[in-house]
Write a protein that binds this ligand. Structure first.
Ligand SMILES: [Zn+2]
Length: 526
């Protein structure tokens, strides 16, 4: 039944795309108008939020948020009064303290929601935005068991394009051509929304399915009907950054500004390869996405002479930020406050976290409705006058020092803590010997910023069969849905996973965590 429903949804989406995509490309937003459009949306921010909350939560019987809000004694009229008297951000703080929030584990259905006497288990689909009629579906980047298809619309790309353009202009990039180094054509749409042309569309892994190839052909054909030549998707393996450089460097003679969007570690590898070959990349502006952005990674990229603008976001919501032009940390980003409200809430009632970045939907085109919902990240939230173009436009809220507290991300692939635990504590011992705590996965970074996933195997098991353990690990990651297969290909081709014979490392309080994200490693070093 699910397969039939999915097939029907995809067919309906494709027919909407056939009508709307040519029109989308024929009617771009003038990039010079983006600042004004953001200011207009900021002026009606609170009322726009209330209208969206009414339609997606209070009149939506499936919404988990409506149960949380009503359990906290908050009907739509109460919410409207709070927002109008205290402002949206303050209202969200108040509601979080009253238990109206959703953690990433609850959002993904790994934990039931418990607040006092209220207890229920929403399905991930219950968080979907009932207002959108998707043009396309893409899998979330989650690993085993957590992947699902999210519907996306062209209208969402137009909303997102505004901060994207302001971010680039704040960094002095005015009228670039675009290179998309990821499978989903979201980048092509984000820039196509303002009439900027894509000159390269590359898949970071060599593997594609016939369904993906058929869909991208449809996409390219529809774009041409809209008068825009989108190049066909080509393979550009992330493990061979020299191939990208061989393609990119000659283009710099034709185009003075080239934006290249890709996963952070892919871009870092490319930058390191350029430095090794003595190539300068002036005129390139990299947009690293999907992974923690550290100062080592930033330094490796800008050493080539290229610019680098990080983003913070997630598949559930899309990007909601752009890197500040006068940053206080490598990952200092402006929040697109016309699309989302972001607060740092206090600790989860069940002690799962010490606080989290809680995100609330304002934009009606967002695929997942969020209401004080976190994506497993903590960060510092500050409002300051940085003096860059985004700040001048009224986007004065910054998020920085972003630290995922229960996920591990590498090569654009996100692993959920619970999934890693299942593989390390159950699957690997069953197939490769040993027991719980014999395996540990650590995200590490070599001194030059290159990402590594180190799979430690306890020496008590003897000399590890390195190839067998690595293959098993990648196969389990690749066993479920499309995103996971893609993920395992990415990791396999990047050679990111290293198996070593070494005792799992304990924390200062003596816990041996099954996985150690980069942020935790860095915190220990600092
Ligand atoms: Zn700024």
């Amino acid at each position: 039944v699910n397969a039939i429903r999915d097939a029907w949804s995809q067919t309906a989406a494709a027919s909407r795309l056939a009508v709307d995509l040519p029109r989308f490309f024929r009617n771009p937003i003038d990039p010079d108008r983006c600042a004004d459009l953001v200011r207009q949306k900021l002026r009606v921010r609170d009322e726009r939020f209330l209208a969206v909350a009414r339609k997606t939560i209070f009149t939506n019987a499936r919404s988990p948020y409506s149960r949380l809000l009503r359990s906290a004694g908050c009907e739509w009229g109460d919410l409207a009064r709070m927002v109008r008297s205290d402002g949206l951000d303050e209202a969200m703080h108040t509601l979080a303290r009253r238990g109206v929030y959703v953690t990433s584990a609850e959002l993904k259905g790994r934990r039931s929601i418990r607040r006092g006497s209220l207890q229920f288990s929403p399905r991930p689909g219950d968080f979907e935005n009932p207002l959108i009629r998707p043009h396309m579906y893409f899998p979330t980047s989650g690993s085993t068991g957590s992947s699902r298809l999210l519907g996306r619309t062209l209208a969402e790309r137009s909303e997102y394009a505004l901060i994207n353009v302001l971010g680039l202009r704040a960094h002095g990039v005015t009228n670039p051509v675009v290179v998309s180094w990821r499978l989903a054509p979201l980048t092509i749409l984000d820039y196509g929304a303002v009439g900027w042309r894509t000159v390269g569309w590359f898949n970071p892994v060599s593997h594609t399915t016939p369904a993906v190839r058929a869909w991208q052909l449809l996409f390219v054909t529809l774009a041409r009907m809209g008068g825009v030549r989108v190049p066909l998707l080509r393979s550009m393996p992330l493990a061979q950054p020299d191939r990208m450089l061989d393609w990119l460097v000659p283009r710099l003679a034709e185009h003075s500004e080239i934006v290249v969007l890709g996963y952070c570690s892919t871009i870092v590898r490319t930058a390191l390869a350029a430095t090794d070959r003595g190539l300068a990349l002036h005129g390139v502006c990299f947009q690293p996405v999907g992974e923690p952005y550290t100062r080592e990674r930033h330094a490796a990229i800008v050493a080539t002479g290229a610019r680098s603008i990080p983003q913070f976001g997630a598949m559930e919501h899309g990007s909601m930020s752009a890197g500040c032009a006068h940053p206080r940390s490598a990952d200092d980003v402006h929040i697109a406050t016309y699309r989302v409200a972001v607060i740092r809430r206090g600790p989860d009632l069940h002690g799962d976290d010490a606080g989290a970045l809680a995100i609330t939907t304002i934009d009606p085109t967002t695929p997942t409705v969020m209401f004080n919902t976190d994506l497993g990240d903590d960060a510092d939230v500050v409002t300051r006058d940085c003096g860059c173009l985004m700040g001048h436009t009224g986007l004065t809220q910054h998020v920085l020092n972003i630290r995922p507290f229960e996920r591990l991300t590498s090569e654009g692939v996100t692993f959920e803590g619970a999934d890693i635990v299942a593989i390390l504590e159950r699957d690997l011992p069953a197939h490769c010997g040993g027991g719980p705590t014999d395996y540990q996965l650590a995200e590490e970074q070599s001194v030059d910023g290159r990402p590594r996933l180190v799979l430690r195997v306890h020496p008590r098991l003897g000399a590890p069969d390195v190839e067998r353990i690595r293959t098993r690990f990648l196969n389990v990651i690749g066993a479920a849905g499309l995103a996971n297969r893609h993920a395992s290909h990415v990791l396999r081709e990047a050679g990111t996973v290293e198996v070593v014979s070494q005792a799992p490392i304990a924390t200062v309080v003596g816990k041996i965590p099954p996985f150690v994200p980069l942020a935790a490693v860095r915190a220990r070093e600092d």
